[in-house]
Design a binder for this molecule. Structure first.
Ligand code: PMP
Length: 451
């Protein structure tokens, strides 16, 4: 099913690189100036993974667009890989954060905004008890600790090819024999992952059942739909079986809604009436500044709280100096209360439906054997004919060079796609004209490969 004309792909790539070089001299200059002081010239490892010889330097970002230092306008379908799903610089969030910054940003004391933010999250996810962090990664780590602490069980169950941030337990995968091994690219694991982690394929109820019946799993950590290996939707019955098996075996069910907040204001938890023991959110909830949160049922929160000694809580491995800071709390209060409200979701989802239709039309026109899957305000195509059922099927469809070409082609036409995926995300400000820009460019890219 893969793209076979590699010679053509290499030539197309080379011409897109030339276009990029010619159009972005100011970005090049900034990048060259940064090379001596940072590996690859970038402040964070992943920023080296953008297609093209150097990264785009943003000058100004508003809503669904940004302009770069070379004066080019872009439709942003990456949106900071969900960090800016609320749109760039939403005025209500910016005003609330700026106002708070003027009164001090961090005191390690609670502010009135914290309870409002917790209340907004509780309404959306149906879980009453919330704590805050600076990232979704940290929220996942905290819940893993709590789950181990209260269940006194050693292992965490994750899904094959999952991603939950830089959480050690989650960098595990299954080899061909079904053994738990390190995920490719795992940097410096503290212990072999089989010591901490059980892995099952998404949508595989018998494997889940076998694993949980060992009674050594403290928590299942799972996205309600996979979004980090392409989109993989849950099969009918998967979530019911998951909840029932966690109930039967006394396992804590943690649902990570960091990306699936695109499905609705309360993620898939609210949309599909899921009943997790805990939920994780992060990325966009602070309006673009660091904020993560985890919510717990009353029962789980009570088990946690009654097992902790006041004297030790600052050194127990949960929490952090700037977690729950006043600026983050103001950002969450304003972003959930005024920006990423229930009212904006229908239009965001409609834009993603238009994007999906545009991609599908080009695939149909040129007879290309790729599929496109939508999940709320997010959609993604992959290089296989049918929607994947699990992470392995999704991973097997990967073609890094083809992906890089498609992304660079889009970037040269003023469209930014998330570098790790073929994924597009809509924010409240994304318009049908923005989507149309992608539809036209994507058709042109597909034509260059297949006509
Ligand atoms: N959970 C999920 C499902 C994610 O996709 C990510 C990041 N892609 C994270 C957690 C971690 O988010 P962060 O890097 O902001 O901590």
């Amino acid at each position: 099913m893969g793209y076979e004309n590699r010679e053509r792909l290499t030539a197309l790539w080379a011409s897109e690189v030339e276009l990029y070089r010619a159009a972005r001299p100011r970005s090049e200059a900034l990048w060259r100036a940064a090379l001596p002081s940072m590996p690859d010239g970038v402040p964070m490892l992943w920023m080296a993974k953008w297609p093209g010889p150097w990264p785009v330097y943003v000058d100004d970002a508003r809503g669904a667009h940004f302009s770069c230092v070379d004066g080019l306008d872009h439709v942003d379908l990456c949106l900071g890989d969900t960090g800016a799903m609320c749109g760039h610089a939403p005025p209500a969030s910016v005003a609330a954060i700026a106002e708070q910054l003027g009164r001090g940003s961090t005191y390690m004391l609670p502010t009135a905004d914290a309870a409002i933010a917790a209340g907004l999250l509780a309404d959306r996810f149906g879980l009453p008890s919330w704590q805050f962090s600076l990232s979704a990664t940290d929220a996942n780590r905290s819940l893993i600790r709590y789950a181990r602490h209260v269940t006194e069980r050693p292992k965490i169950l994750v899904i094959d090819h999952c991603y939950h941030g830089s959480v050690d337990e989650a960098f595990a995968t299954l080899d061909e024999t079904g053994a738990v091994v390190e995920r490719r690219g795992n940097i410096g694991p503290p212990v072999p992952p089989a010591a901490t982690t059980v892995v099952v394929p998404f949508n595989d109820v018998p494997a889940l059942e076998r694993a949980l019946r060992e009674l050594d799993v403290a928590a299942v950590l799972i996205e309600p739909a996979m979004t980090n290996i392409g989109i993989v939707l849950p099969a009918p019955g998967w979530h019911d079986a998951l909840r029932a098996l966690c109930d039967e075996t006394g396992t804590i069910l943690i649902i990570d809604e960091t990306h699936t907040l695109c499905a609705g204001p309360g993620g898939m938890t609210q949309r599909d009436n899921l009943r997790p023991d805990a939920v994780v959110v992060g990325k966009t909830i602070g309006g673009g500044i660091p904020a993560g949160a985890h919510g717990m049922t009353e029962e789980f929160a009570a088990r946690v709280r009654s097992s902790l000694e006041l004297e030790d809580i600052d050194v127990g491995g949960v929490g952090g100096t700037l977690a729950g800071n006043a600026a983050s709390m103001a950002g969450i209060r304003a972003t959930l209360g005024e920006v990423l409200t229930a009212e904006v979701y229908p239009a965001m989802i409609e834009r993603a439906t238009e994007w999906t239709a545009g991609v599908q039309a080009a695939l149909d026109e040129f007879g290309v054997p790729w599929q496109v899957t939508q999940l709320g305000a997010r959609a993604e195509y992959s290089f296989r004919a049918t929607p994947p059922r699990d992470g392995t099927e999704a991973a097997d469809a990967d073609d890094f060079e083809l992906q890089q070409y498609l992304h660079l082609h889009a970037l040269n036409r003023g469209i930014l796609i998330t570098p790790f995926h073929n994924m597009a995300l809509m924010c409240p400000d994304t318009t049908s004209a923005d989507v149309e820009r992608h539809t036209l460019a994507f058709r042109e890219a597909v034509a260059s490969l297949y006509s």
